[in-house]
Design a binder for this molecule. Sequence first.
Ligand SMILES: Cc1cc2nc3c(=O)[nH]c(=O)nc-3n(C[C@H](O)[C@H](O)[C@H](O)COP(=O)(O)OP(=O)(O)OC[C@H]3O[C@@H](n4cnc5c(N)ncnc54)[C@H](O)[C@@H]3O)c2cc1C
Ligand code: FES
Length: 263
Amino acid sequence: MPTPSPARMHDIEIVSNEPIAQGIFALTIRAPKLASALRPGQFVNIAVPGNAMSLLRIPLSFAYADAAAGTVDIWYAVVGEGTDRLSRMKPGETSDLLGPGGKGWTIPAGCERALLVAGGIGVPPVLCLARELARGGIPFDVCMGAAAAAALVGEDDFRAAGADEVRVCTDDGSTGYHGFCTDPVTELLREKSYGYVATCGPEPMMAKVAAAASDAGVSCEASLERMMSCGFGACSTCAVETVNGMQGACMCGPVFDAKEVVW
Ligand SMILES: Cc1cc2nc3c(=O)[nH]c(=O)nc-3n(C[C@H](O)[C@H](O)[C@H](O)COP(=O)(O)OP(=O)(O)OC[C@H]3O[C@@H](n4cnc5c(N)ncnc54)[C@H](O)[C@@H]3O)c2cc1C
Ligand code: FES
């Protein structure tokens, strides 16, 4: 059962909004109360001004919330009209958002090592989790994949967060392992002992990661970034089929126990 949404309306101001890779921008917003309230794996639902026909907000995860500075870092891919409009917003411009949204990651008690798997623009919530693991003194390894080197984000950040090992994969072989990151995931699950696997990225990738974790007997969570309309449980746009019936990703997720998802 979903709990009442923790989301509240927050005014935001753009601090910076710059490209960091092919088609990917890093956005920093000022929103002090939100920065203190966000937990790793939760999301925000941003209103992007500039199109009176566009009523829906844009759901986005966050890579870092700095409570002291009152800022939140978001990385987003420009894929359509809304994210294109967002990419044109300039420092000093203002808007609002609803957040924090949904349920984030739950690191299992007693976890001695974690394996994080991020594909494409699934990196931000996984990076946020990496920093949480580091704060808790839990060692972790990372497998990350992108279509090509030019679209890869977060490798240095995972290393800076304290990853013991970062295995990079690209679909075209332009850097790292040539292929999907599910191959190194299977290898790592054989080589080391993990207490937790966490993943965000394309759903076929997450389904394979979930299956590999299950075969290895390791608990796994997956962040399902489904299409969303309201973002607070009112519309059913984001329904996910689970072993417990249909559940809304915006309230019961976006992070789900991978065993409960019907992939
Ligand atoms: C909880 C959550 C967290 C998210 N976090 C991030 C993030 O950190 N960074 C990021 O870049 N994106 C993230 N997304 C996806 C992001 O919300 C969409 O890319 C965005 O809404 C597209 O808006 P648009 O108006 O630019 O594109 P639209 O014109 O609405 O769509 C453009 C294309 O993208 C597809 N699309 C739209 N939304 C999604 C989606 N949720 N999943 C898959 N395909 C989609 C559409 O089908 C269409 O093909 C997240 C989504 C959710 C639900
Ligand atoms: S997006 Fe409306 S119920 Fe989840």
